[in-house]
Design a protein around this ligand. Structure first.
Ligand code: SF4
Ligand code: SF4
Ligand code: SF4
Length: 204
């Protein structure tokens, strides 16, 4: 018995050392610029930038393959920080990418789901659980409402529904652009709120 335990401990030590060595020897260095950008993105993984999440957007920015103004939730402040890090010209937020809308989450009709797993593959934040040919469901607390799962469902059993308002997620409504201009001219608002509201104002 003692010998068996010693053998297991020895094996565990050997494999532990091997794994440790492999982690150091074969470490893949990430792109430091992408990591720096990723840190300043909101991390909601909402996909409004047309990328499947914040990290892919950061990576595309680091390679100079996309624009600095696609993260609507980050607002003007994030756009300016991205511009600073990448050296790319600042640009007004691209409102054509997505309009601000109330937070939604996905719901799967479990009676209709055929378990094709396409939605699991599409979800950038692993908010869907299920297995092949078995019904799937959404972990509501993880869902960012990016709406990437609904279009791929072959039986159309995913609905996007407005998030239920609770004491945990209720917020004061933001002032209208007109009110923002008034409050701003009287120095009653922080720059963040001013930028966010003025950049989301619709052009006539
Ligand atoms: S738009 Fe959403 S997914 Fe894209 S960078 Fe901003 S927060 Fe992240
Ligand atoms: S469940 Fe759907 S809506 Fe929610 S985060 Fe995943 S892909 Fe986006
Ligand atoms: S894509 Fe639709 S049918 Fe396929 S597993 Fe997801 S919810 Fe079910």
């Amino acid at each position: 018995m003692l010998v068996a335990i010693l053998i297991f401990v020895g094996l565990a030590l050997v494999f532990g050392l091997l794994l440790g060595y492999a982690a150091i020897r074969f470490k893949v260095e990430g792109n430091p610029v992408a990591e720096q950008i990723d840190k300043i993105l909101p991390q909601t993984q909402c996909g409004q930038c047309t990328f499947p999440g914040c990290k892919p957007y950061a990576e595309a920015l680091a390679k100079g393959e996309t624009e600095v103004n696609l993260c609507i939730p980050g607002g003007n402040d994030v756009m300016l920080l991205i511009s600073e890090i990448t050296g790319l010209e600042p640009k007004a937020l691209d409102e054509s990418v997505a309009e601000p809308k109330p937070k939604e989450t996905a719901f799967i009709d479990e009676n209709v789901c055929i378990g094709c797993v396409l939605c699991i593959k599409a979800c950038p934040v692993d908010a869907i659980i299920g297995a092949t040919k078995l019904m799937h469901t959404v972990i509501q607390s993880e869902c960012t409402g990016c709406d990437k799962c609904a279009p791929v469902c072959p039986v159309d059993c995913i609905d996007m529904r407005p998030e239920k308002v609770s004491l945990q997620n209720w917020q004061w409504p933001e002032p209208t652009p007109l009110a923002t201009q008034y409050l701003s001219s009287n120095n009653l608002l922080s720059d963040n709120v001013v930028n966010k509201n003025l950049t989301t104002e619709k052009q006539p």
